[in-house]
Design a protein around this ligand. Sequence first.
Ligand SMILES: Cc1ncc(COP(=O)(O)O)c(C=O)c1O
Length: 427
Amino acid sequence: MDLNIKINDNDHLDIGGADAVEIADKYGTPVYVIDEDRIRENYNRFYSAFSRYYPKFKVFYACKANTNFAVMKILEQEGCCIDAVSPGEVYISKKMGFSGDRILFTGNNVTNDELKFVVDQGAVVNLDSISALNRLAEEVNPDGIKISFRVNPMVGAGHHDHCITGGVMSKFGIMDVEAVEAYELAKDLGFEPIGMHSHIGSGILDPEPFKLAIESTMDIAGKVHQDAKIDFEFIDFGGGVGIPYTPDEKVLDINKFAQENVNLFKEKLKEYDMSQPTMYLEPGRYLVGDASVLLVRINSVKQSYRKFIGVDAGFNTLLRPTMYDSYHHIVVANKMNEPETQTVDIAGNICESGDLFARDRKMPNVEEGDLLAILNAGAYGFTMSSNYNSRLKTPEILVHNGKCHVVREKETFEDLFNKQHIPEHLQ
Ligand SMILES: Cc1ncc(COP(=O)(O)O)c(C=O)c1O
């Protein structure tokens, strides 16, 4: 099994050298627990796999996956850069120590004010349309402003329809056939177009669509290089590298993946007589996905028409199972070596039928009070959480060398009143 699971001598789940049961007892549940070392390992494995074959390589962490400040700081220390998709993400990144030149902004359907804000922060913008280019030209003096375009490489892949971002149904990027025109217009307006970006989707474990996307993006870049006379400083192949979520899925052989993709990249550089642009990739999930677990407590065991194991979190805390029908492996953190003896549904505490963490899941015999760990909760976990049903957002704990640090406090009921005002006539 390729899932990141460690068990200690007490038969409890180990997270970065800390005991999950002790963490839950001390900080309460539900709680997200982040393993610092695992993020560093993931980054270094990824970076060295690619830079070994192509030293002009940079990693831009797609921080939409997890914007916890500690996570951002860890990746900043490692030398990573940031892919941001909103002005808020650019703002946070700056506060966490990333200089503007280490931030790429890949927004879509952004306003003029947002474009201006991002450029003023020193980030390079990946424009998603010719409309955005023209609107940016109205907001800033284009002289010397470096920009890039997101192109649709007409290849898409991903773990769910919602996560496929290339091809004819996708809202993202400019069409391949308008790329030359877009770059020429950018130059005419006075911008410095220096990059090209594509991103085909999320949660991809099959290397084949990536190769197709590299070829297709490079064909578009080659044409732009030849017809619009652009010398690219960087070409960015997006994110989307998957991680195993089920016990059957295999971890991607990252060295082979890097070697094959770099080879394709180099072949295309040669074919189009291009110099050596820096190669960018934008992993989100790969860096942080398996570095966190969500600990939840069983508060009800109910035999209805089906057997329901009820826990103290819901889709407001971890949306992926409900939103994407995603599988998250779930273990009993206080009884790690018990055999599976039953098939159950694991349900949350939100007032909706779709609030299930698992259907027909094989589990050991469990009781109220047992602690479950929902694995691989580090990407698109907390960042997609909400206050639906007026439930409070969870605390987050960072584990470093076996020591726990509270990196986000649990909300209180008072937080539910943030920013709301009751007009006088209703008081
Ligand atoms: C532009 C862009 N880059 C990178 C990513 C990261 O994807 P993942 O977390 O699957 O690596 C995303 C996610 O959707 C994205 O939209």
